[in-house]
Design a protein around this ligand. Structure first.
Ligand SMILES: Cc1cc2nc3c(=O)[nH]c(=O)nc-3n(C[C@H](O)[C@H](O)[C@H](O)COP(=O)(O)O)c2cc1C
Length: 391
């Protein structure tokens, strides 16, 4: 009898995702802006950091849990916000929220979700809501709804004043509702498992906006084309801080000056992010900038996390946690909630194994002593004096 081989890594889940999804949709998940150099750099940045294990330490009992902004979570990771999860798997938002809850980590629901934020709130667990400001009235309304539905944190994404130039999507004519050409029909026919679930469940809509007022169609189209309110500025952020009663995170910052300003305005944390290489190509990788900004306040990072050891490196270099994008989406695309849970359990197991091999019994005890000094670290972080020689 033939047995199926269980996925051993995120890369195995990626292969399954590629098999199940039509090319147009796999490209939407996988692709990024222009030459996709930032995507490659995000992943490469982790491989440039080398680990420096301690030996002869008792690592017979290990813990991966950490404190994140006052909440105990099972490992330093968050299932990050991604739009159109329902196009990847029916009720993909609920599937991701459920997988995150089971794993004991937060889930961030995107403004561009395919299920209403109120419906996903019913899953429970530590839920965050990610806000895109398409226009201000709509944003205020979403903030209100997220507060009423009990979301514990608001994540304001600030790196999409306009959409990045995603050439795979342009070439594929990717849009919702899907546009059918001879090529997309052939694409759908050659991926029958995905097509059958679409036919059974219908084309996903941007449910948060569909549930709203008369601006629906206009706002949905604007969001799909990522036509944001490009005039949103620091004063607006200060107003949003006053409006939102719970924890506020600003996602998509990377400049140290901006990060300091977010904290001055009262943000509880920032997520250093280049949006998974989907916005500004050649934007700096989050890991690279981390050592320069970690002293400014609680910092999370994302982009290119595919291994438990990547998460260990980020935390050792000062990140409170990482956000996962594609890693969990590959699992979702492969087999829904079970696949997303599999992605998380692979990462949990890899974190635990890396801690053991590193001689560190707890993720909460990771620090720079586990990292070999490399060219990536600024001079001060390598223990060098920033004074000229002789002073
Ligand atoms: C398919 C897809 C959809 C995304 N949608 C959103 C979104 O709606 N809001 C947002 O703030 N970020 C969005 N992102 C960016 C992720 O939150 C995260 O920053 C990025 O995926 C991290 O990089 P990684 O995929 O290499 O882990 C999306 C990313 C992907 C891959």
């Amino acid at each position: 009898m033939l047995t199926t081989i269980a996925p051993a890594s995120i890369w195995d889940l990626r292969r399954s995702a590629k098999r199940r999804l039509p090319r147009m949709l796999f490209d939407y998940v996988e692709g990024g802006a222009e030459d996709e150099r930032t995507i490659s750099e995000n992943v490469a940045a982790f491989s440039k950091i080398k680990l420096l294990p301690h030996r002869l330490r008792d690592v017979s009992k290990r813990t991966t849990d950490v404190d994140l902004l006052g909440t105990r979570i099972a490992a330093p990771l968050v299932v990050g916000p991604t739009g159109l999860n329902g196009a990847i798997w029916p009720n993909g938002d609920t599937a991701l929220a459920t997988a995150a809850k089971r794993a004991g980590v937060p889930f961030a629901l995107s403004t561009a979700s395919n299920e209403r934020l109120e419906a996903v709130a019913k899953v429970g667990g530590e839920l965050w809501f990610q806000l895109y400001v398409v226009h201000r009235q709509l944003a205020e309304r979403l903030v209100d709804r997220a507060a009423n539905a009990g979301y514990a944190a608001l994540v304001l994404t600030v790196d999409v004043p306009v959409n990045g130039k995603r050439e795979r999507d342009l070439r594929n004519g990717f849009r919702i509702p899907f546009r059918y050409s001879a090529r997309t029909i052939l694409d759908a026919l050659t991926h029958p498992r995905w097509t059958a679930s679409l036919l059974m469940n219908g084309t996903p809509t941007l449910a948060n906006l569909a549930a709203d007022n008369a601006t629906t169609l206009q706002a949905q189209n604007a969001l799909l084309r990522r036509e944001m309110d490009a005039s949103f500025d620091w004063d607006d952020l200060a107003r949003l801080r006053d409006l939102w009663p719970r924890r506020l995170l600003v996602k998509g910052v990377c400049n140290p000056e901006d990060i300091a300003r977010c904290f001055a305005i009262g943000a509880d944390a920032v997520v250093i992010s280049n949006h998974g290489g989907r916005q500004l190509d050649d934007a700096v990788s989050s890991l690279e900038i981390l050592p320069q900004v970690r002293h400014l306040g609680p910092v999370l990072i994302d982009g290119g996390v595919r291994r438990g050891s990547d998460i260990v490196k980020a935390v050792a270099l000062g990140a409170k946690a990482v956000l996962l994008g594609r890693s969990v989406l590959y699992g979702l695309a492969a087999s829904g909630e079970a696949g997303a849970s599999k992605a998380l359990s692979i990462l949990f197991e890899e974190i635990d194994r890396t801690l053991a091999l590193l001689g560190c019994p707890a993720a909460s005890r990771l620090d720079e002593s586990f990292i070999a000094a490399t060219a990536l670290l600024p001079a001060t972080a390598q223990g060098c004096s920033d004074q000229p020689p002789g002073q």
